[in-house]
Design a protein around this ligand. Structure first.
Ligand SMILES: Cc1cc2nc3c(=O)[nH]c(=O)nc-3n(C[C@H](O)[C@H](O)[C@H](O)COP(=O)(O)O)c2cc1C
Ligand SMILES: Nc1ncnc2c1ncn2[C@@H]1O[C@H](COP(=O)(O)OP(=O)(O)OP(=O)(O)O)[C@@H](O)[C@H]1O
Ligand SMILES: [Mg+2]
Length: 508
């Protein structure tokens, strides 16, 4: 079989190992489940394309390599007539759609197209046809791969089936090594600089592949297999929150950009000494200001103990509720430096040696690196991205939406913040800035409370807060992204009281 031969006869030992393991998982699944009760989730993406050919190889080996009477391989075994499900969406790239359909025809896949979301589509599918297992092209590093194994039951709340992930441990490089070694067709978007493909509204070519040397090559991109750091394969995926694409919406998935889009962040500070009261947390106050400056809203600052479970608990909660979580403290060689272990626990992954980070550490602390395994170079496996900038002695560590800031003082924080903003794939999207207006008054909080409550109902888009300077002096703040609305709300307050009751103050 051509795939099997291409890999085995090639010289890439690593690919051969990955291939053998993936095909083994596929053969075991075929031995475990009836062929009619397994399905392949295929969407024309590079990972599912790899999986398609592995399934063909696994099926061929499972079938025991039958041959035609003339000694050549029969066509029926070169194909793997597996039930194949494709969740088609109006937001998909036309190139992806056509590649999916053409590939299904070429390889004799039994294609079933589903037009609803994953969960309800699978519920309907399982009701209609018994389905015990579904093959997916999920890989470690995909946002939804966390905690998964090669055989993982579907999650709670999902219909029951086994998710089979034969290429879970494959890297970006392994995927391209396989595609190029086996010379199989792939979707044309990957030749135009796309490295991971979502919808037309959230995916652009990967800027790291841009050829922007001259006017004639402007807007041209190198092919996906040229991306040297596979951890950046999702750099062309923009944030979903900006854009809403809904296949069931009346405007049939037409893009709608939320003008008041805003991101939220939370800050986790790891520090026993802050909780003892012997040290002060100045870093989170400085970071709040920075985030506010780029239009982000900070929804929580939490100080936790230097304890794995305390860090894990806080990070686990915040990574769901916030777009980004920033973590300070508890990072280093001391026994109390448990932040990375806490982050790993929050994501349900283990700490594993990261060769690239180890190299940076060796440069930085050289002879102080003891033993042949540096504990500081143990990073959460499969979810870590190193954010490197020439001004930083060590790259910043990003684990999905959690960024570990190694700053020990405000000055270091400022450098790290500036570097983060300068990164080509910065996770810090600059949003419309917040604006504010502040009024001071000698009226007491009791006198103004009712009017402010009414204003809050009338202006849900403006934050209206009252800070008591004393029992008889208040500072009322109006914060939001629409200056007219802020002015209107502030004017409404002033008009509700005798003239001169409020005076504007500048709070920088
Ligand atoms: C066949 C199939 C099975 C899935 N099973 C689960 C599951 O058991 N639990 C879950 O949380 N998500 C499940 N998902 C959803 C994926 O984890 C993930 O959300 C999706 O593949 C990524 O698409 P998105 O980034 O557009 O959300 C499944 C998706 C597919 C296609
Ligand atoms: N619309 C879909 N229909 C069927 N299966 C899907 C769909 N979207 C995702 N999947 C399944 O989830 C897997 C992971 O999706 P993911 O987008 O990470 O990979 P891919 O699409 O194969 O490649 P890429 O990362 O380059 O987009 C796919 O390989 C496929 O098995
Ligand atoms: Mg994809």
């Amino acid at each position: 079989m051509e795939i099997d031969r291409a890999v085995r006869e090639g010289s890439d030992r690593r690919l051969q190992t990955k291939y053998r393991n993936a095909v083994y998982v596929i053969q075991r699944a075929f031995a475990l489940y009836e062929f009619e009760q397994v399905a392949f989730s295929f969407n024309g993406g590079k990972d599912s394309t790899v999986l398609l050919h592995l399934l063909r190889a696994g099926y061929y080996l499972h079938k025991g390599k039958p041959e035609c009477s003339n000694g050549s391989l029969s066509d029926s075994v070169l194909n793997c007539p597996i039930r194949t499900i494709y969740f088609e969406s109006p937001c998909a790239f036309p190139e992806i759609n056509s590649f999916t359909y053409e590939t299904a025809t070429v390889y004799g896949l039994q294609l079933e197209t589903i037009h609803s979301d994953f969960k309800s589509g699978l519920e309907a599918l399982l009701k209609e046809k018994p389905t015990k297992a579904i093959f997916l092209g999920t890989r470690i590093g995909d946002p939804n791969a966390v905690g998964q194994e090669q055989f993982s039951p579907s999650s709670i709340g999902w219909p029951p089936f086994m998710r089979v992930n034969p290429i879970l441990d494959w890297s970006y490089r392994d995927v391209w090594a396989f595609i190029l070694t086996c010379k199989v067709q792939y979707c044309s978007l990957y030749d135009q600089g796309y490295t991971s493909i979502g919808s037309i509204y959230d995916t652009v070519p990967n800027a790291l592949l841009s050829i922007a040397d001259s006017a004639s090559t402007k807007g041209t991109f190198k092919p996906a297999y040229m991306l040297s750091d596979g951890r950046l394969e999702r750099a062309g995926r923009t944030k979903k929150m900006h854009l809403k694409c809904n296949s069931t919406s009346p405007n049939n998935g037409v893009i709608s950009v939320t003008s008041s889009a805003f991101f939220t962040a939370s800050i986790v500070v790891v520090g026993d000494e802050i909780l003892f009261g012997t040290a002060e947390d100045k870093l989170s106050a400085a970071l709040c200001k920075k985030l506010y400056g780029i239009g982000w809203q900070v929804t929580r600052v939490a100080v936790v103990q230097n304890e794995i479970d305390s860090v894990a608990e806080e990070v686990e909660r915040r990574k769901f509720t916030n777009d980004m979580v920033f973590l300070f403290g508890g990072f280093g060689p001391m026994q109390s430096d448990v932040s990375l272990a806490g982050v790993a626990k929050a994501f349900g992954v283990r700490l594993a040696p990261d060769e690239e980070f180890e190299e940076y550490l060796r440069h930085l602390i050289g002879k102080h690196c003891t033993g042949d395994r540096n504990e500081m170079a143990l990073l959460p496996e499969g979810i870590t991205e190193l954010l490197q900038h020439e001004k930083l002695p060590l790259p910043l560590i990003k684990c999905q939406n959690v960024i570990i800031l190694a700053a020990t003082n405000v000055c270091e924080l400022e450098t790290q913040w500036d570097c983060l903003l300068e990164l080509p794939n910065t996770p810090l999207v600059q949003l419309a800035p917040f604006m504010s207006k502040h009024l001071s008054s000698m009226l007491s909080d009791v006198e103004i409370a009712q009017t402010i409550s009414k204003l809050c109902l009338e202006f849900p888009d403006v934050y209206i807060g009252c800070q008591r300077k004393s029992r008889v002096q208040s500072l009322i703040s109006f914060v939001g992204k629409d200056k007219t609305r802020i002015e209107l709300a502030a004017g409404r307050l002033c008009n509700s009281f005798p003239e001169g009751a409020f005076s504007e103050v500048n709070r920088g």
